[in-house]
Design a protein around this ligand. Structure first.
Ligand code: 7RM
Length: 649
C-alpha cells in the first residue's frame, strides 16, 4: 500500500500517542497536579494562575457569579501591557527579541522587549495626544505588521478598548464595526501586498469612513513600498504614524486597570445577520492568555513561538499580541501566506528562525497534504518540539500527516478547542501530561468545566451531544457590546441561565476524550473562519435581482466547509448567465469580504419551502452535499428542487 493510501485509511484512527519521556522531563507540567488542584479548589486553582502575573494591587474576591455575569479578581489592579512588556525589562529579557517580523516580500524587522516597549509607549502617547482616554474605543484595521501589535498594546497601556477588524473585511463590514462601538480613532495603513497583489487598506477604509461620524482621527502606517500605494490623506483627519511617532515622548506609565475593566471588543459571527461585539476584560483574559501559553504551549524562555493566525481574529489576539509576550518568549509574526512565492514558505520560515512551537489551522495542514510531503522534507524542521492546531476539527488523516511530516513523529500536538467568546484555550491535552488521540481535542483544561449533554442538558459520560460549560472561567466574554440581552439569548438561554452553550456538537469516548464535531447552529466554519449564514443571506437579498436567499455549508476537502447559496430571482430565471452568478459572488465579497464569497450559487424561481413557508435548509444541505433526498412530500412546490438540480454540475 502506498503511503497516500495508508493515510486515506485513517478515518477510524484510534491510537493513543504518548509524549516522549524527553518531552515530559522538560515540560512546565508533567503530572496531574494542576487537575488535582483545580478539582479540590476551583477558585484556589485560578488564584494560583493569577499569581503568575504581576498585579499593582491584589484582588479581594476571586469570583462573583451572578449568571450569566461573572467577575473575576475584583478589587485587583493590573495592566496587561505591563505584564507583556514592562515586567521583562529588569532582567535578561530586556534585549531579547520579542517579535521577529517577516514580511511577505522577505523584509524583516526585529524588536526587542525594550524596543517594543519604547514603540508602545510612544504610540500610547500618540493616542493620548489625539484625545483618546480610558474606556474610549480605537479601531485597528491593519494587516500582519508589527504596528498592529503595537497599537493593541498601546491601547491596553492607557486603558483604551481596541476593536481590531480583520484586514480582509470590506468597507461595509469595517463601517458597521466602527459604528457599533463608536470608535474615535482608526489605525490603518496605506497599502501593502498580499500574494504579490496590491492590498490598499486605506482606500477601503476611506469608503467606510464616509459613514463613520464617530471617527475623529485616522492614523496611517506608511509601508516602505513607495508610490504605487500612495493614498489620499484627508486634511485635519488623517495623520501619518511616523510623523506622530517622531514627536512622541517615550515615557508613558501604565494605567492601573481594574480587573474587570474592558480590554477589547472583537466582532464575531453568530446566527443572526449582525456580528456580535464580544467584550473581554483585563484580569481574567490576561490570566487565561498567560496560563494557556505556559501550560498548553509549554512556553519557556528558550522558545521561538509562531502562531500563523491573523491578529484580526481572536487567535491572533491571545496567541500573538498578548500570551507569548506575557511569557517572555520570542515570537514570529508573519505577514505572508503559505504558498507565496512558493508552497514551502511556512517551512522556510521555520528553518530560518529555528521555530520551536508552531500553531496553525487544519485548513492549512490539508492544503500542505495536497501539495505533498516532498515540500516540507526539503527544509530543516528539527527545531520544532511542539505543534498546535486550532479553528476547526482536525481530521485524523491531517493529524497523522502533521505528526509524521512536520513533527517527524517527535512532537506532541495540542489540538486546542476554544472560541472568540472563551478568550483562551479551554480544551486540549497538556502536552507533557496526557497522550493524544488524532482528531480529538481531548480533555477540558484544569479549572474548566466542560460537559457533553443531551437535548435536555443531561450530562453524557460517553457518546454524542452538545458541548456546554457549567462554570465560568476567567477569560469568559462578559457581554456583547451594547446588547447585554444578546449574551443571554445566544449563550445562556438554551436550558438554564448557568449553562453556557458553545454552539458545537461533540462526542466523548471511554477515556473521557472529547472530539468536537463542529457547529450545530447556522454558523459556517470556512478555513477556520466563522461566518454566519444569515450574514451572507442578508447581503444577497440586498441585490436588486434577489428575492430570497438561503446559505448552507458543504463539506470541502481543504477549507472544511464551502459556502453554497440558493437564491430566488426576481427576474426571469431561464436567462440567468454565468456572469450573473459571478456578479452575485462578487457582490457578497465586496460587502463582507473575500472570506464570505460563496463557492456555489444556484438560482431558482422560488426556494424549497414547506407549505407553512419555512425554507427547508436540511434539504438544501442534502442537495449541496449530493445526498439522496429524503422525504420531499412536505414541499410546497416540488418543481423548485428539479430546477436547482439541473444546475448542479
Ligand atoms: C479559536 C477560534 C470558534 C469555533 C468553535 C468550533 C471551532 C475551534 C476547534 C474547533 C474543533 C478545535 N475561535 N473550533 N477550535 N473545532 N476543534 N480545536 O477558532 O470564534 O473563530 O471559532 O471554531 O466550532 O465553536 S472562533
Amino acid at each position: 500500500m502506498t503511503e497516500k493510501a495508508e493515510f486515506a485509511n485513517l478515518l477510524q484512527e484510534s491510537r493513543m500517542f504518548e509524549p516522549s519521556e524527553a518531552f515530559k522531563a522538560q515540560a512546565n507540567v508533567n503530572d496531574n497536579s494542576l487537575y488535582e488542584r483545580a478539582d479540590e479548589d476551583f477558585e484556589g486553582y485560578w488564584e494560583d494562575r493569577a499569581r503568575e502575573l504581576e498585579w499593582f494591587q491584589p484582588w479581594n474576591t476571586v469570583l462573583t457569579w451572578e449568571p450569566p455575569h461573572c467577575k473575576w479578581f475584583e478589587g485587583g489592579k493590573l495592566n496587561i501591557c505591563h505584564n507583556a512588556l514592562d515586567r521583562h525589562l529588569d532582567g535578561p529579557r530586556r534585549n531579547k527579541a520579542a517579535i521577529i517580523w517577516e514580511g511577505e516580500n522577505y523584509d524583516t524587522r526585529t524588536l526587542t522587549y525594550l524596543q517594543l516597549h519604547r514603540e508602545v509607549c510612544q504610540f500610547a502617547n500618540v493616542l493620548k495626544g489625539l484625545g483618546v482616554k480610558k474606556g474610549d474605543r480605537v479601531a485597528i484595521y491593519l494587516p500582519m505588521v508589527v504596528e498592529a501589535a503595537v497599537a493593541m498594546l498601546a491601547c491596553a497601556r492607557i486603558g483604551a478598548i481596541h476593536s481590531v477588524v480583520f484586514g480582509g473585511f470590506a468597507p461595509e463590514s469595517l463601517r458597521d464595526r466602527i459604528n457599533d462601538c463608536e470608535a474615535k480613532v482608526l489605525v490603518t495603513e496605506d497599502g501593502s501586498t498580499r500574494r504579490g497583489k496590491a492590498l490598499l487598506l486605506k482606500d477601503t477604509a476611506d469608503k467606510a469612513l464616509e459613514e463613520t461620524p464617530c471617527i475623529k482621527k485616522v492614523v496611517v502606517v506608511k509601508r516602505p513600498y513607495g508610490d504605487p500605494y500612495q493614498c489620499t490623506m484627508k486634511e485635519g483627519r488623517d495623520l501619518w504614524y511616523h510623523d506622530l511617532m517622531a514627536k512622541a515622548d517615550t515615557d508613558c506609565p501604565c494605567e492601573e486597570m481594574d480587573a474587570e475593566d474592558p480590554l477589547f471588543i472583537l466582532y464575531t459571527s453568530g446566527t443572526t445577520g449582525k456580528p456580535k461585539g464580544v467584550v473581554h476584560t483585563t484580569g481574567g483574559y490576561a490570566v487565561g492568555a498567560h496560563s494557556t501559553c505556559k501550560y498548553v504551549f509549554d512556553m519557556k524562555d528558550t522558545d521561538i513561538f509562531w502562531c500563523t493566525a491573523d491578529v484580526g481574529w481572536v487567535t491572533g489576539h491571545t496567541y500573538i499580541a498578548y500570551g507569548p509576550l506575557m511569557n517572555g518568549v520570542t515570537q514570529i509574526m508573519f505577514e505572508g501566506v503559505p504558498n507565496h512565492p512558493h508552497n514551502g514558505r511556512f517551512w522556510e520560515v521555520i528553518e530560518k528562525y529555528r521555530v520551536t512551537i508552531f500553531y496553525t489551522a487544519p485548513t492549512a495542514i490539508r492544503a500542505f497534504m495536497k501539495w505533498g510531503e516532498e515540500i516540507p522534507q526539503k527544509f530543516d524542521l528539527s527545531s520544532l518540539r511542539l505543534l498546535g492546531s486550532v479553528g476547526e476539527p482536525i481530521n485524523p488523516e491531517a493529524w497523522i500527516w502533521y505528526h509524521t511530516y512536520i513533527g517527524r513523529e517527535g512532537c506532541p500536538i495540542v489540538d486546542t478547542w476554544w472560541q472568540t467568546e472563551t478568550g483562551s484555550i479551554l480544551m486540549s491535552n497538556l502536552p507533557g501530561v496526557n497522550g493524544m488521540k488524532p482528531g480529538k481535542a481531548g480533555l477540558a483544561l484544569p479549572g474548566v468545566c466542560i460537559e457533553i449533554v443531551d437535548d435536555q442538558c443531561n450530562p453524557l459520560a460517553t457518546g454524542s451531544g452538545l458541548l456546554v460549560i457549567k462554570k465560568p472561567w476567567p477569560s469568559m466574554l462578559r457581554t456583547i457590546w451594547g446588547d447585554d440581552q444578546r449574551l443571554i439569548d445566544t449563550y445562556f438561554s438554551k436550558w438554564d441561565i448557568q449553562t453556557y452553550f458553545a454552539g458545537d456538537g461533540a462526542t466523548r469516548d471511554e477515556d473521557g476524550y472529547i472530539m468536537v464535531l463542529g457547529r450545530v447552529d447556522d454558523v459556517l466554519n470556512v478555513s477556520g473562519h466563522r461566518i454566519g449564514t444569515m450574514e451572507i443571506e442578508s447581503v444577497l437579498v440586498e441585490h436588486p435581482k434577489v428575492a430570497e436567499a438561503a446559505v448552507v455549508g458543504k463539506q470541502h476537502e481543504i477549507k472544511g466547509q464551502a459556502i453554497v447559496a440558493y437564491v430566488s430571482y426576481k427576474g426571469d430565471v431561464s436567462h440567468v448567465s454565468e456572469a450573473d452568478i459571478a456578479e452575485l459572488k462578487k457582490f457578497v465579497a465586496d460587502k463582507i469580504g473575500a472570506i464570505a464569497r460563496p463557492d456555489e450559487i444556484y438560482v431558482s424561481h422560488d426556494l424549497p419551502k414547506t407549505r407553512s413557508g419555512k425554507i427547508m435548509r436540511r434539504l438544501l444541505r442534502d442537495i449541496a452535499e449530493g445526498r439522496e433526498l429524503g422525504d420531499t412530500t412536505t414541499l410546497a412546490d416540488p418543481s423548485v428542487v428539479e430546477e436547482i438540480r439541473k444546475q448542479l454540475a
